[in-house]
Design a protein around this ligand. Sequence first.
Ligand code: IPE
Ligand code: IPE
Ligand code: MG
Length: 243
Amino acid sequence: MASGTDGRPKNVAIIMDGNGRWAQKRGLPRTVGHHRGVDRAREIIRVAPDLGIETLTLFAFSTENWRRPAYEVSVLMTLFRRYIRREAAELDMEGVQVRFIGRREGLPRDLQNLMHELEARTKDNTRLILQLALNYGARTEMTEGVKKIARAVAAGEIDPEKIGEETISEALWTGGVPDPDLVIRTSGEMRISNFLLWQIAYAELAFVDECWPDFDGALLEKILGSFAGRERRFGALKAIGLG
Ligand code: IPE
Ligand code: IPE
Ligand code: MG
């Protein structure tokens, strides 16, 4: 199982939810919650390696989030641009390898360029793999993966009989990155909202009531601790000692 020596999850994915409600509860515009949410993401990325996390996947914008008012979408795109510009040097210095998962084509061209530059700049870093899910939807990811495999079959590069789970994992945007051991969702909502559907087949799930702008390193540490040493059986029976 992919967990540290103390049994803590090493591969963690977070659905950063509740920015809007956090702001509205305080009589503030929803976008203030998004600003504050970016600060929380920065802190979590900074503390993750010290908590034994090796891969961190953050859900920042879904393929369904385009249904929001144009103003909110445009503020979010501006926040993503600004985040990349401001944090690129520090992320690189901290040894973070940034990878974006999601449909690039739907995003503004200049943002796509910034994403590409950040990935190129940090590609050899190994202290933390950070997957940022931007314009991400698991069904779109799987549809694209199926097309990729179908093209390879049509070209005679893959024998359909040899298609295995690995072939599918590799064809996804997350190809080559370990599946999450733990998925955390903030704001009290208990749903997955089209996030990493293939990859979370055996992940533990943690739903916490705090909205994302109130999430911090101490809360993350507490959640990781509560999942330390959990026995994940992957369908088998409880491990029985021989002695
Ligand atoms: C999560 O917070 C951030 C994004 C989806 C971009 P929300 O914006 O979904 O906040 P709520 O759920 O409306 O409170
Ligand atoms: C999921 O949150 C997407 C992100 C956190 C980026 P949403 O707020 O968009 O999900 P729903 O609409 O409540 O399912
Ligand atoms: Mg939400």
